[in-house]
Write a protein of this length. Structure first.
Length: 318
């Protein structure tokens, strides 16, 4: 790779690769989709997939090695993330506990546990149908001026729209690209872009430990981020690294705003809510003050009773 490019991709395993090529505290965001340890190289048999346009050579991780494997690459992510840097891990449920155990052995902090609703195109008879991925959102603790990036309003100017866009159950769309060469288990670039926009800024460095079809790389470069990736499969590396040079750079999207009529309606509702909250707060304060006055009054009466002595009738005990 030439030094003037905005990306670096290495055809090697990410654990060794991060040790050799990525310095401490140099990455702003990690977004990655690790192997699931479920014989993923054989899933086409179960899902009846057409593998004719899928790049060969996908490598899964044996279940017997998955715990140590997870611990080692997560530890490297902790090292390379800057203070305040974010980490998103997309995972299935079968070996999720190994990834969570690895995370809990670090000093990274959990921010969210998201669910990505997704139809796998399979059916079951005697149990519920699996239809989701897990997206783990963790971060390295802030330090001094290095804070975690979260652009709440990158997509919508109004809090109501932003609220619905940030619910913890997200939708993972399918990328229907008939005839196009793809990697096995490739995520939608639109889905990845969302997390890149929320948790990074232009010129930030985004890293993907398991590059696959380099969807994370294309999403990062499209919006002015730098990219570091690792991909062990030489066929995927050869097929997808050239796609990074054809990414069309775009400016960050202009946040969408509601029309004036809708905005005015929302502002009227919010003004009403603010008045109601202020009224409830004033009522609570008044009640607290009144109760306090009663307590003080009772304390004063008790003091007078003690001062009156045993031979005087103070009247408070009648």
């Amino acid at each position: 790779m030439q030094s003037d490019k905005l990306y670096r991709v290495y055809n090697q395993d990410c654990i060794t690769g991060m040790q050799e090529h990525v310095g401490d505290n140099t990455v702003d965001l990690v977004f990655t989709d690790p192997p699931y340890g479920i014989d993923g190289d054989e899933l086409d048999v179960h899902y009846h997939r057409d593998e004719s346009v899928v790049v060969p050579g996908y490598r899964d991780v044996p279940l017997s090695e998955y715990a140590d494997f997870s611990r080692n690459w997560v530890k490297q992510c902790e090292r390379v993330l800057r203070p305040g840097g974010s980490l998103y891990i997309v995972s299935g449920y079968t070996n999720l506990h190994h990834i969570l155990n690895a995370l809990h052995e670090t000093k990274l902090q959990e921010i969210n546990h998201l669910i990505a609703q997704y139809s796998f195109g399979v059916s079951t008879k005697n149990k519920f149908v699996s239809s989701h991925y897990h997206v783990l959102f963790w971060a390295k603790p802030d330090r001094a001026k290095q804070k975690r990036t979260f652009n709440s309003n990158w997509r919508y100017t109004d809090q109501k729209d932003s609220y619905h866009d940030r619910l913890s159950v997200q939708t993972l769309p399918r990328d229907y690209k008939p005839g196009e060469i793809k990697n096995k288990n490739q995520l939608s670039e639109t889905f990845i872009e969302k997390f890149i926009m929320y948790s990074s800024n232009r010129n930030d460095t985004v890293l993907d430990c398991f590059g696959g079809g380099l969807t994370t790389g294309r999403a990062a470069l499209r919006f002015g981020r730098r990219f570091i990736g690792f991909e062990l499969n030489p066929h995927a590396y050869a097929a997808f690294v050239p796609t990074l040079d054809s990414v069309e750079a775009r400016p960050d999207p202009v946040p969408e705003a509601p029309d004036q009529e809708e905005l005015a309606k929302r502002e009227r509702l919010r003004a009403g809510w603010r008045r109601d909250r202020a009224a409830r707060k004033a009522e609570k304060n008044a009640l607290t003050t009144a109760n306090g006055m009663l307590v003080w009054a009772h304390q004063d009466e008790s003091t007078e009773s003690r001062d009156a002595g045993p031979d005087q009738d103070c009247g408070c005990c009648r």
